[in-house]
Ligand binder design. Sequence first.
Ligand code: SF4
Length: 445
Amino acid sequence: MGRGSTRSNGGLPADRPELLMADYKPLYTPAEAVLEAERCLYCSDAPCIQACPTGIDIPVFIKRIAQGNLRGAAHAILDANILGYSCARVCPVEVLCVGACVYNPWKRPPIQIGKLQRYAVEAVWDRAGTLFERHPPNGKRVALVGAGPASLAAGARLALAGCEAVLFEKRPVAGGLNTTGVAPYKMHAHDALREVELVESLGVEIRTGVEVGKDIPHEALLAGYDAVFLGVGLGADGMLGVPGENGPGVVGATAWIERMKNTPAALDGAPRSALVVGGGNTAMDVLQELRELEVGSVTLVYRRGSEAMSGYPHEFDRARRLGARALFDRVPLEVLRDADGVTGLRVAEAKGGKAVPGTEEILPADLIVLAVGQAKFKDWVTRFPGVEVDARGRVAADPETGRTANPKVYAGGDCRNGGMEVVNAVAEGKRAAEAMLADLLEGEP
Ligand code: SF4
């Protein structure tokens, strides 16, 4: 894809490793969807709606599936969450809508809301863009930096309201983490790009291969647009800060996932034994992906106990069912290498996250994946006058409106919240778009 291209599909290679991983929640057949939809109690005051950050009217869309009104079901979903397709596939529904379903306390299987949501949107995929009518142009121009879920959601809302919404994305493909970082057993990159095309069909323009600050100055966005939305996500993978970690065979988790999803045969050779350092959901994803790619030995290394991990227990359980192992209370000390590359990791037992002297051991491995957090774009965002970051490096912005201290600049998604779910980024993008519309159109008829 050339610099400045407005096409969203970057021509993903047909032999990328992510395609080796099958969908772990396959699409419902029509009969399965109706059977599941008819189990729903269509609760008033439905707790599943309260648990959805984008507030999708879940009982309404499920009832429409039961009635055979798939277009109506898709409209109810996408009107609240234009990325309702990817959220259906990647949301941790077990701790959101499905986890809140009234069937749970009765020890009966909760309604499979994510699978029904995916079914409804896929049923109308080719016509999804026609579900919405765009308002006439209102003369307002908004630049959105990054083309991940927050910017896509904000851009869609702005475009439908009649604004000119232009997304600037430095990568060759749009979609953000949906395209580069989602575990392939949840969603493949080409499905994420399909959703990007839906957003484009609403009138959103996406310029891929354009880096703000390099190809176009920050000042040019402020001068050329009525508002600027920052949806830039997070930066480079964190490192351990131990000897030997710089070099082949040690890779950041999001960089490894991106290569596996978007580039051909990019597995750093054929690892036989891998260690994954960390305890969050990115680490859980990598554990499962390595095992699904048939890496023989895959072990999590975490400096505290399992109860301290921020990764979801259901994801860890799946990783273990796939054969991944875990070593808790271990702190990495040194990456060991020989002439052929990485040979292992020297670790020590940890107490309170600190190494206990005399407890060292060597864990053999030829691949080490670091899932220990990501940097923030502190210097980049503060080049917009008045925009500040908080003590954790997140863009300082009102969580309800995305407004920053610069009245023209708004922010949402991971760069503001520090790294949450796709659905949180969508919700923040949507709310920021509403704030932008209120500010830009104030006093206009
Ligand atoms: Fe249906 Fe469960 Fe939501 Fe009630 S809580 S509306 S049963 S999905």
